[in-house]
Design a protein around this ligand. Structure first.
Ligand SMILES: Cc1ncc(COP(=O)(O)O)c(C=O)c1O
Length: 491
């Protein structure tokens, strides 16, 4: 029995590379010899020597029987799952496989409205019918938290034929609702709970962090190991437990959606990230939480800034918090989060995780040093001094929130309907046929099928004017929007 200190996939790749086989297979760069020398030099021979492909000794992600299977089994043990599937297409790929394994055309799925675009893509592709649940909104920060067990209960009474419940745990900002209770409500009706755990690769490994999906008894979880678990960008996992979802079906759907040229660099990075999380995650996270908490208190001593803490946990939509997330409200300074993002870049060479109209988000991980955190505190202190005069004038710090527009058509029907392009300013009241979102965080302001509201046009315009990255629509400038074509009666 291999244990968590072993790395069957990474170790086998190193051995294979050391054996130095003559390669008559792809990738055609052949250990880097056939590629641009400048890039080869930069990236290094070691990395290129294990940029390999699914030849016999190296197993195949599409039908794992050897080293990939062993590595996935170790991950399953570490994450408390019955089965773990590796994804080389990020959590977006894992989420699509998760939803499409369970829902087909016409199947109802409960989803919070503040979902990532990959969930809506899966809903469009599968033909599932979303039943939207209002997340709880925090009107100080202008962000959404989790959903309450009560709202799930009510939705299931209204829609007893629901096929799946989808929950975000934790949110981008590190907040979790009462997942265990939601699972128990759904399971009492034999309905599987699917979890978007993009921001929770680490939470399973420290008891002070929110409950992981597998700990809470959920059936599946798509988890970005690359975001907070230490693996390379684009590598994620899909965890599965219990018997409401068939692992064979999941493997088949995942395989349908996955490239046949799976990157072994990404796969190997999942193998080693799992080892670190399982064998030293607790200690590393202990230190990380401590550093983040110290930084949070220091930030909260700076005038006009407020860094979210455990005090905001006051409802069943917000029962736990990942304290390694530093969500800092800057609205009292009279500037936007995006202004602060640019200011930090220009003045202190600091890059944040995201900014929005009112906040910046900084993530703290085992990769941060005390010095980096001190620089952040120093930078924010200077920022507060620079904007002191403006802030002391008691700027309007009210928060504009996007509303949840009524849904007129399913997203799939709207996406494939006959459409036309009309001016943005004249689109209120029409049914939108495309997504509009600020990325990050990638949560849609409009999804196909919704009726465009004046308030959300104002909200979108405000984000554009602030310089935030509004994406999704065909017209990048958003002078126009694609809407469902209306046919007038023939006279
Ligand atoms: C809540 C949420 N879900 C899913 C994803 C998709 O994850 P990935 O970037 O690994 O595809 C993201 C990415 O930002 C996210 O924020």
């Amino acid at each position: 029995m291999v244990d968590q200190f072993e790395t069957p996939l990474f170790t086998a790749l190193i051995k294979h590379a050391e054996n130095n086989p003559i390669q008559f297979h792809i990738p055609g760069h052949k250990k880097g010899n056939g590629m641009n020398p400048e890039f080869r030099e930069f990236i290094g021979e070691n990395a290129l020597s294990i940029d390999l492909i699914n030849i016999g000794p190296l197993d195949d992600l599409h039908l794992p029987k050897g080293i990939i299977k062993q590595s996935q089994e170790l991950a399953a043990k570490a994450f408390g799952a019955d089965h773990t599937f590796f994804s080389v297409q990020g959590t977006s790929g894992a989420i699509m496989a998760m939803i499409m394994s369970v829902c087909g055309p016409g199947d109802k799925i409960l989803v919070p409205r503040n979902v990532h675009k990959s969930i809506m893509s899966a809903i469009v592709f599968s033909g599932a019918v979303p039943i939207f649940i209002h997340p709880e909104v925090d009107s100080y920060f202008g962000i959404s938290h989790g959903i309450t067990p009560d709202s799930i209960e009510s939705a299931l009474v209204l829609h007893p034929d629901t096929k799946a419940v989808l929950v975000i745990n934790p949110t981008y900002y590190g907040i979790s609702g009462d997942l265990r209770k939601i699972v128990s409500i759904a399971h009492s009706r034999n309905i599987p709970v699917l979890v978007d755990e993009a921001h929770g690769a680490h939470i399973h490994f420290h008891k002070e962090l929110p409950l992981s999906a597998m700990e809470a008894g959920a059936d599946m979880a798509a988890t970005s190991v690359h975001k907070l678990g230490g693996s390379l960008t684009q590598s994620s996992i899909l965890n599965l437990r219990g018997n409401l979802v068939s692992p064979k079906r999941v493997q088949a759907v995942l395989s349908m959606l996955t490239t046949t040229s799976t990157s072994y660099l990404l796969l190997a990075s999942l193998d080693v990230a799992r080892k670190s999380l399982a064998t030293e995650g607790q200690a590393l996270l202990e230190d990380t939480i401590l550093k983040a908490e110290e930084t949070r208190s220091k930030i909260n001593e700076i005038p006009h800034l407020y860094c979210m803490g455990h005090e905001i946990l006051e409802s069943s939509a917000a029962v736990a918090m990942d304290s390694t997330k530093l969500l800092i409200s800057v609205k009292e300074l009279g500037i936007t989060g995006f202004d602060v993002e640019k200011w930090l870049r220009n003045k202190f060479n600091i890059e944040v995780e995201l900014s929005d109209l009112y906040n910046i988000l900084c993530i703290v991980t085992p990769g941060d040093t005390q010095k980096d955190l001190h620089t952040l505190i120093k930078a924010l202190t200077v920022l507060s001094q620079d904007y002191k005069v403006q802030a002391d004038m008691n700027v309007d710090s009210s928060v504009l929130l996007p509303e949840i527009p009524p849904l007129a058509l399913t997203s799939r029907d709207a996406f494939y309907a006959e459409t036309e392009v009309i001016p943005f300013e004249q689109s209120a009241g029409r049914i939108i046929a495309e997504f509009v979102m600020v990325y990050p965080p990638g949560i849609p302001i409009f999804i196909p099928g919704e009726i465009i509201t004046k308030d959300n046009l104002v909200y979108t315009r405000k984000n554009i004017e602030a310089g935030l990255p509004v994406q999704g629509a065909e017209d990048e400038q958003l002078r126009t929007l694609r809407v469902i074509k209306e046919h007038l009666a023939i006279k």
